[in-house]
Design a binder for this molecule. Structure first.
Ligand SMILES: C[S@@+](CC[C@H](N)C(=O)[O-])C[C@H]1O[C@@H](n2cnc3c(N)ncnc32)[C@H](O)[C@@H]1O
Length: 343
């Protein structure tokens, strides 16, 4: 997976600075027998698409010194926690320039900060936050900026059911989670396949109101879709701009990223900052890892891969110095409001 592969290159000469490295200890593994059995079922029953939800939760758990997600360890499961832990251990031994999981850590923090900015940008009024492909996202339980927001988690039925079951099992059987409750004003889990044309209807049936200010969070999801499915999802969201103030937050892989990575990925955009205005969005802002708003002090080596990429024109597919492909992950914020919609 790109988020892990990109962080694997190893260099001999740099010394890590401690604050940019995760603690080298395997998280606490707060698992009872019931929770353990649920995770075992994930291992045997789920395909890699669904299991990616646990991988990202594991990344958040290992980077807990900067991401305060109290549910990440519980929802990730031991297999994925160990896997990232072992990679970070190896990176430490090799003084790697890019530490495993750093992309995921930066991405999480970028989305957290932009969600908060978006909510603050709405002049009061009710706010909805829709997490498309929510997986094991714990934001409804951890972000105080969501306390006045109705949150919707959209994912496959079995993913959302499993998430609820794990949380319920942990609440029932461990002191640590006994008082677990959402910070968000409300949380609705919406079982839907966003490749189908009824997902938006299901969202509405679950209480989503097109007229309310909305933040759409498409984190780690678009590139798992085909081009036509991804474009259809973006069109559905864009159609909603005509009703209310909207902020879309999404990450996009460029073509080189999906070409090199596993066959799980399909949709890409080299120019999402051109694509989104063509769909009716305005105020599009694109960031790359290492930019001032996508750094968070986590890139310890100035010679890291991300800084090298940022210094090159985005049109370049191959690095002129070393012939390596320019694999990029773009973080994009776009706005929409009835006043700015292109006819
Ligand atoms: C890499 S995970 C990201 C999860 C979460 N957004 C995060 O960042 O932690 C991708 C998630 O998208 C979900 N997903 C993929 N394709 C989907 C589809 N067609 N409909 C609904 N959910 C989907 C997967 O089940 C998985 O939970």
């Amino acid at each position: 997976m790109l988020l892990h592969n990109l962080s694997m290159s190893v260099h001999e000469n740099s010394q890590p600075e401690d604050q940019t490295w995760p603690e080298l200890e395997l998280p606490g593994l707060p698992y009872t027998d019931t929770v353990g059995k649920l995770h075992a079922a994930i291992e045997t029953d789920w395909d890699s698409l669904r299991r990616s939800a646990c991988q990202t939760a594991a990344g958040r758990a290992l980077w807990k010194h900067v991401i305060h997600d109290p549910l990440a360890e519980l929802l990730a499961g031991e297999t994925y926690l160990r896997s990232i832990y072992e990679k970070i251990k190896k990176d430490r031994l090799n003084n790697a320039r890019e530490i495993s999981g750093v992309i995921l850590a930066v991405r999480t923090l970028w989305f957290d900060s932009k969600i908060e900015d978006a909510i603050n940008s709405f002049d009061g009024g009710a706010t909805q936050v829709v997490l498309l492909g929510a997986g094991m996202d714990g934001r409804a339980y951890r972000l105080s900026c969501l306390k006045e927001s109705n949150v919707f988690e959209v994912d496959f039925l079995e993913v959302l059911q499993m998430k609820s079951n794990i949380l319920q099992a942990a609440t029932d059987s461990t002191n640590e989670f006994q008082n677990l409750k959402t910070i968000a004003k409300s949380l609705s889990r919406v079982a839907a396949d966003i490749r189908d044309n009824d997902w938006f209807e299901k969202l509405q049936t679950s209480g989503f109101v097109p007229e309310k200010n909305t933040v759409w969070v498409l984190e780690g999801i678009l590139y798992y879709l085909s081009h036509s499915n991804a474009m259809e999802v973006l069109h559905v969201i864009a159609a909603n701009i005509t009703h209310t103030s909207t902020v879309l937050l999404a990450d996009f892989m460029n073509k080189q990223s999906i070409t090199l990575s596993s066959s799980m990925f399909d949709f890409y955009s080299d120019w999402p900052d051109h694509l989104l205005p063509s769909l009716g969005f305005s105020d599009v802002k694109l960031s790359q890892i290492g930019d001032p708003d996508a750094h968070f002090g986590l890139l310890h080596d100035p010679q890291n891969l991300f800084n090298k990429l940022r210094s090159l024109p985005r049109s370049l597919q191959i690095h002129p110095d070393d012939g390596t492909p320019c694999c990029r992950l773009y973080f994009v914020k776009a706005c929409g409001s009835p006043n700015h919609t292109i006819a």
